[in-house]
Ligand binder design. Structure first.
Ligand SMILES: [Zn+2]
Length: 344
């Protein structure tokens, strides 16, 4: 099979990898239909976070080609969504909602284990990891929305859930990348009345408004903080959702959260979280990597009904041969999120 191989910052190409086979009776083999590039992949591309040489990519949907003898709940021929990690859903951590800490779990596309940016993936713990999609003949737009459940939409939802977004709330979303935009959509889905999107890019503002934002703030840093406080009569947001992870965005979220609230933080922190600054406002920080597998069933219902259309975050598309272009488009901010369409 052919798969993207990460060689180091700014260097990715497509090479042959051995076709995966069933190694454990709990494995399945999935033929990838659509994959995409994650904001976290960009950290590797830019050399900000390290990544082993080898397989990469952890967001994909596809068709099950084979299952091991012990796999239940998923069968050959099923169209499935893969959450960005695999997990057993039965250990104490999974049962407590922290699937990333699964005692048997692990990451796709970590250099060794097959990545989503490839033609085939061996999925460990397949029965508890993969989510079959009911129905058939889904439109391309629907498939794109299904793909977002693998990570980005689940992560935006996690920001909103972690921030305790409730009906009638005023929510401020820091970050207008795909995760931030998904957080806007998730906040609206949970009933937020007012959603302030911090965004300065016209095409992202447009999507934020389509996803349910009611106010836009173009300033950054101190200017953004003042703007949000003005919009909230000096009180701050009921839920500030941090969807970037830079020192500036984290500080902004800390400063616009109203006293007594919880900040939903899903941007991987690349700066200090100013806990001491928020301590005296009784503001908490909650979030981390999304337990996508737990969220997928509910979000899937809303995608299939057409209630939400998170696939609109994809504004750049290419094939596996042009995987480097997919990274570059996001790195240069020409694209919000890049889709990889696998050859059939
Ligand atoms: Zn587990």
């Amino acid at each position: 099979m052919r798969a993207a191989i990460f060689h180091g910052p700014g260097s990715i190409d497509v090479e042959d990898r051995p076709d995966p086979t069933i190694e454990q009776p709990t494995d399945a083999i999935v033929r990838v239909v659509l994959a995409c590039v994650c904001g976290s992949d960009l950290w590797y591309w830019r050399g900000v976070s390290s990544h082993a040489v080898g397989s990469i990519g952890h967001e994909f949907i596809g068709v099950v080609e084979a299952v091991g003898a012990d796999v239940t709940g998923v069968a050959t021929g099923d169209f499935v969504i893969a959450p960005f990690i695999f997990s057993d859903m039965s250990c104490p951590h999974c049962l407590n909602g922290s699937t990333l800490s699964c005692v048997q779990g692990g990451n796709f596309g970590n250099g060794e284990i097959d990545g989503g940016q490839g033609e085939l993936v061996r999925v460990p713990l397949a029965g508890s990891t993969l989510v079959p999609v009911p129905g058939s003949g889904h439109t391309d737009a629907m498939l794109k929305s299904l793909l977002t459940l693998s990570d980005v939409m689940a992560t935006g939802h996690h920001a909103a859930v972690s921030g305790g977004v409730a009906r009638g709330d005023t929510v401020a979303v820091v970050g207008d990348g795909a995760v931030g935009l998904s957080a806007v959509l998730a906040a609206r889905r949970l009933g937020a009345e007012r959603i302030i999107a911090l965004s300065r890019h016209p095409e992202r503002q447009k999507l934020a408004l389509e996803f349910g934002a009611t106010d836009l703030v173009e300033e950054r840093g101190e200017g953004a903080i003042q703007a949000v406080l003005e919009l909230t009569a000096g009180i701050g947001a009921d839920a500030a959702l941090e969807c970037v992870g830079t020192a500036e965005s984290i500080a902004t979220a800390g400063a616009i959260a109203r006293p007594g609230s919880t900040i939903g933080i899903v941007g991987v922190p690349h700066g200090e979280v100013p806990f001491a600054d928020t301590f005296f406002h009784n503001v908490g920080w909650s979030g981390g990597p999304a337990p996508a597998r737990i969220y997928i069933p509910d979000l899937l219902t809303d995608v299939l009904s057409g209630a939400i259309n998170p696939g609109l975050v994809f504004d750049y598309e290419t094939d596996l041969d042009h995987i480097a272009d997919a990274y570059e488009a996001m790195d240069q901010r020409r694209a919000i999120k890049s889709l990889i369409r696998m050859g059939s």
